[in-house]
Design a protein around this ligand. Structure first.
Ligand code: ASP
Length: 438
C-alpha cells in the first residue's frame, strides 16, 4: 500500500511548514513518496520563489544583474536549512548555478525548476528520504507531451526502499535539457508519480481543507465538498474554480487512483476526495456539489423567421466563428432564434467582421450582441433526473430580483448553467449557495 503525497508552495514556505509536512508524512508509513513545490508566499506581501526565479532570468536575459534577487532566493533556502538544523551544502550549488547564470548558460526553464529542486533537496534531508530528481524519470517527447510509459518504468526503478522526495514542476527533454510544465505543474508530477507506482491514493496537500463549494471571496466560509467526481470537477474548473492543474486528472483517472485534497495546516480534516464515482457518500441528499462561475461573456443572438425548418443555418453561423478561430461556449436556442455565448475578450477584435459575415451568410431578421454577461454553473451529479432543481434555482434568483439572461443544461444533467449581468455575479452565487446549503 503506497500513498503519493504532494505539498504545494504554501506548505513549503518556511521551516515551520516543513515541520508540519514532516509530521504529516511520518504519521502514516504508507506515505512513502513526497512531491514538493518551490517555497510559496509566507504572507500576502511575500514572493513566490518561482516568480523570483523567472524575474531573475528576465534580468540576465536583458543584461541586467540579478544579484539582489538571486540573494533573496538563496537566503530563503538557507534560512529554512539553518532553522531546521540541516547540514546540507547548498552554498556550493548556488555558487555554481550563479556562475552558469552569469555566463547565460541556464535556460529559463532550468532556472525556474530550481525552486522545486532545492525544496526537494531540503525536504529529503529533513525526512531522511532519498532525493529523486524529476529529470531522471519524467521524460518529455519533442512535442512537449510526457512519454508516460518510459517515465513510469524509470520511476519504478529508483529509490533504495526508503521513502523518496521528488521535486515537482519539471522533467527532461530527449536531449536532457530541463523543461517545466506550465505554472502550478507540480500537481502533474504528483499525478504521474501516483500513476507510475499504482498508488492507493494521491494526496494533494494545500492550504484549504478541500475544494470549497463556492469561492470564499464571494461566499463567507463555504463548506468543503466531501466527494466530487472527475466529471463534476471538470465542470467546476471550466466555470472558474481553480483547484488542480488541468493536466493532473488524466494520469490518475486512467489508473483509477482517487485524489484527496488536504490541508497541511489542518491535517485532521478529511478534505475532498475526487474519483470516478462513489459507492457511499458523506451527504447523499446534497443536491448541488458546487457553484462556480466566470465573468465577461458576450451573447450574440440571431433571429430568423422559419429558421427551425431550414437546413444548415446553424452550421453557417458557427462556421463564421470558426473562421475567426473563436470557440463557442454555449449555443442555447429557441424557435427561430439562436444565441452564441462566447468570451468577450476572444471576440472583441473580430466582432464587426463576425456580425457582417453572419449577416451576409444567413440574412437574419435581427442580430444582437449583449456584453457584460457572467456565466454561473450549478454542478452536481445528483441533479440528474431529479425534478424541481432548476425550479428551485430560478425561484431563488427571481426572489432576489436577479434577471436570468440565458439558461443552458448539458444533456448529462450534470450542471445547470445560466447567464446573469456581471453586476449580479456575486449576488447570484450567494443566493444559490444559501438556497441549497443550510
Ligand atoms: N512552483 C511552480 C509554480 O509556482 C509550480 C508549482 O508550484 O506547482 O507555478
Amino acid at each position: 500500500m503506497l500513498k503519493v503525497t504532494k505539498f504545494g508552495g504554501s506548505s513549503m514556505a518556511d521551516a515551520g511548514q516543513y515541520r508540519k509536512v514532516r509530521d504529516i508524512v511520518l504519521a502514516d508509513p504508507e506515505r512513502k513518496v513526497v512531491i514538493v513545490s518551490a517555497a510559496g508566499k509566507r504572507n500576502s506581501d511575500d514572493h513566490k520563489l518561482t516568480d523570483l526565479l523567472y524575474l531573475c532570468h528576465a534580468h540576465t536575459k536583458y543584461g541586467v544583474a540579478c544579484d539582489p534577487i538571486f540573494d533573496m532566493i538563496t537566503s530563503r533556502y538557507l534560512e529554512i536549512r539553518d532553522e531546521l538544523g540541516l547540514s546540507l551544502d547548498l552554498e556550493s550549488e548556488f555558487a555554481e548555478l550563479k556562475k552558469r547564470l552569469d555566463a547565460k548558460q541556464v535556460s529559463k526553464d532550468e532556472l525556474a525548476s530550481r525552486g522545486e529542486y532545492y525544496s526537494a533537496k531540503l525536504m529529503a534531508a529533513f525526512l531522511d528520504f532519498d532525493f529523486v530528481d524529476a529529470a531522471d524519470w519524467i521524460f518529455f517527447n519533442m512535442d512537449g507531451s510526457v512519454d508516460k510509459q518510459t517515465s513510469y518504468d524509470a520511476l519504478k526503478k529508483v529509490g533504495s526502499g526508503k521513502g523518496i522526495v521528488i521535486p515537482g514542476f519539471y522533467g527532461a527533454m530527449p536531449d536532457g535539457r530541463i523543461r517545466t510544465f506550465s505554472r502550478g505543474g507540480s500537481d502533474i508530477t504528483g499525478a504521474l508519480a501516483a500513476a507510475a507506482l499504482d498508488a492507493t491514493v494521491y494526496e494533494n496537500w494545500t492550504d484549504v481543507s478541500g475544494i470549497l463549494m463556492a469561492d470564499p471571496r464571494i461566499v463567507e466560509n463555504p463548506q468543503p465538498i466531501p466527494e466530487v467526481t472527475y466529471d463534476e470537477l471538470r465542470e467546476l474548473s471550466y466555470a472558474g474554480a481553480q483547484v488542480l492543474h488541468e493536466g493532473t486528472i488524466m494520469p490518475v483517472r486512467e489508473k483509477g487512483i482517487p485524489v484527496n485534497i488536504r490541508n497541511t495546516n489542518a491535517p485532521d480534516d478529511r478534505g475532498t476526495f475526487i474519483q470516478e464515482s462513489f459507492d457511499t457518500e458523506t451527504d447523499p441528499h446534497r443536491v448541488i456539489t458546487g457553484i462556480t462561475g466566470k465573468k465577461d461573456f458576450s451573447i450574440i443572438t440571431m433571429f430568423k423567421r422559419g429558421m427551425t425548418s431550414q437546413v444548415g443555418v446553424l452550421r453557417k453561423v458557427l462556421s463564421v466563428l470558426e473562421r475567426h478561430g473563436i470557440s463557442v461556449d454555449f449555443v442555447p436556442n429557441g424557435i427561430d432564434n439562436v444565441s452564441l455565448v462566447v468570451r468577450t475578450d476572444a471576440i472583441a477584435k473580430h466582432l464587426y467582421a463576425i456580425m457582417a459575415e453572419i449577416q451576409q451568410e444567413v440574412q437574419p431578421d435581427s442580430l444582437e450582441v449583449l456584453d457584460n454577461i457572467s456565466v454561473i454553473a450549478a454542478v452536481g451529479h445528483r441533479m440528474a433526473f431529479r425534478p424541481g432543481v432548476s425550479g428551485r434555482i430560478f425561484n431563488a434568483l427571481g426572489e432576489a430580483g436577479i434577471n436570468i439572461r440565458m439558461i443552458n443544461q448539458g444533456p448529462d444533467e450534470l450542471n445547470i448553467i445560466f447567464g446573469v449581468d456581471n453586476k449580479d455575479f456575486a449576488e447570484a452565487i450567494r443566493v444559490l449557495y444559501n438556497s441549497f446549503v443550510k
